[in-house]
Design a protein around this ligand. Structure first.
Ligand SMILES: Nc1ncnc2c1ncn2[C@@H]1O[C@H](COP(=O)(O)OP(=O)(O)OP(=O)(O)O)[C@@H](O)[C@H]1O
Ligand SMILES: [Mg+2]
Length: 410
């Protein structure tokens, strides 16, 4: 396999930090060479609240991936989460200036600059300016206007922004762990790279990465994102409810949820008892499985209702390819069934696929963001015509990416 580049992705999640090292071949295939996942303790709902703890988690994850692969991590694509992530759609229009009135790359960049010039408060950082499509002399739906004869060029962009301070704190932690940042990528768009295909994005599809503390949501139509949001709920809320409802520790509640929980109450009878050892109590005790699952179902129903409201607020009734669930908490039994009932759309649980190498544990919904960060990096390699707009101090392209690592054992 001829190597195009070696890339690194780091998903700094509420419950875990995952660092992946991957090799991209010339034909775009991804082979995982190193993997380190460690529990995270310095984050709350996807946002850094303790610098030292977060630095330690990132450094530990990186060190594990390095040891496994024999490579030294120098720079990485890093995921951004948290409720502070927001998006808007902005158009930009310019006159085509070349003497032959043919659209040039410069016209495209000027149109994007105009779209980007919407007023964004100084406490926000622009993470992405995705081109959704072009209108050329009134003709809508043009994907690539380069070389077309025209007087007027209009671009529609999807702009994702985040709290500048939240981004600074994350960047600080990554830097303190000894890693430079290739690009900050919003979690939902990273996960989308790992689990959505082009047909789904064309038809209209939603990606919901249900993690420990948040849901990373991205809605696509005509091939590109038009709504990106983070909802401040996740699997931890379910566990908390179980712990409170049954007066158990979080540890016990988590085990009850993962091993015995479902949000499909039809699959539970009222005579099922589960014995638990409650911390601080000598004797084991039993709880009703139905009671556990009723608590889980109620919280998950509310979670899907939140999602439903968000999708309606985005102005879409129906996404033909439905909602694809991923993230660790999407593994809860019955999640897709309940999702379908509440969202009134097709709902499936999806995990990363189509990757090679050290994939044993990675083909699991928990790793969509981490794998997607590598795929995002791979997609921004090589392609002669960049599909993504790069702002002025953009990453330096292939040369720099090739140097993402240096081999410890050459
Ligand atoms: N088999 C399972 N069934 C149900 N829930 C599960 C299962 N395995 C993990 N979870 C839940 O998944 C959540 C962790 O998911 P994930 O690893 O995607 O979170 P994260 O990326 O660290 O968090 P976030 O994206 O919110 O910052 C936890 O709430 C955990 O309880
Ligand atoms: Mg996550």
């Amino acid at each position: 396999m001829e190597r195009e580049a070696v890339l690194v992705g780091i998903d700094v999640g509420t419950s875990k930090v995952c660092a992946l090292i991957g090799e991209v071949s010339r034909d775009g295939r991804l082979t995982i060479m190193g993997h380190g996942t460690v529990p995270a303790s310095g984050l709350k709902k996807g946002v850094v609240i303790n610098i030292d703890q977060t630095v330690r988690s990132i450094a530990d994850a990186v060190e594990r991936a390095e040891r496994l692969s024999g490579w030294k991590i120098d720079r990485a694509f890093v995921g951004v989460g948290g409720q502070h992530v927001e998006s808007l759609n902005s158009p930009g229009q310019v006159a085509v200036t070349g003497h032959q009135r043919e659209v040039t790359r410069e016209d495209v960049n000027r149109a994007i600059e105009v779209a980007r010039a919407v007023s964004i408060p100084s406490n926000r950082e622009v993470l992405h300016v995705e081109r959704r499509g072009f209108t050329v002399d009134g003709q809508e739906g043009v994907k690539d206007p380069l070389g077309m004869s025209a007087l007027r060029l209009e671009v529609e962009t999807h702009i994702v922004t985040a709290s500048a301070t939240a981004v600074q704190n994350l960047s600080k932690c990554v830097a303190a762990a000894g890693v430079k940042i290739d690009e900050l990528v919003v979690n939902s768009l990273a996960s989308s790279e790992a689990v959505l295909n082009e047909t789904e994005k064309e038809l209209g599809v939603g990606l919901a990465d249900i993690g420990a503390g948040t849901i990373d949501l991205a809605l696509f139509q005509d091939g590109s994102p038009f709504h990106t949001r983070v909802l401040p709920v996740g699997g931890n809320n379910v566990t908390n409810d179980v712990a409170i409802g049954l007066k158990t520790s979080l540890l016990v509640a988590e085990e009850l949820k993962v091993r015995h929980g479902t949000c499909d109450l039809r699959a539970v009878t009222d005579d099922e008892e589960i014995s638990v050892s409650v911390l601080g109590e000598d004797a084991g005790r039993t709880v009703s499985r139905l009671e556990v699952c009723q608590i889980i179902e109620a919280r998950m129903r509310e979670t899907f209702e939140l999602m439903h409201n968000e999708i309606r607020a985005a102005g879409v009734g129906m996404l033909p390819a439905g909602i694809l669930l991923t993230g660790g908490a999407a593994q809860l039994a019955g999640a897709a069934e309940l999702g379908r009932e509440v969202l009134q759309m097709p709902v499936r649980v999806v995990a990363p696929s189509g990757i090679g190498g050290l994939v044993d544990t990675l083909l699991n919904p928990s790793y969509s963001t981490a794998v997607g960060l590598l795929q995002w990096g791979a997609a921004s390699l090589g392609a002669g015509e960049p599909t993504r707009y790069e702002s002025a101090p953009a990453r330096g392209g292939l040369g720099r990416l090739r140097d993402a690592l240096r081999s410890v054992f050459p």
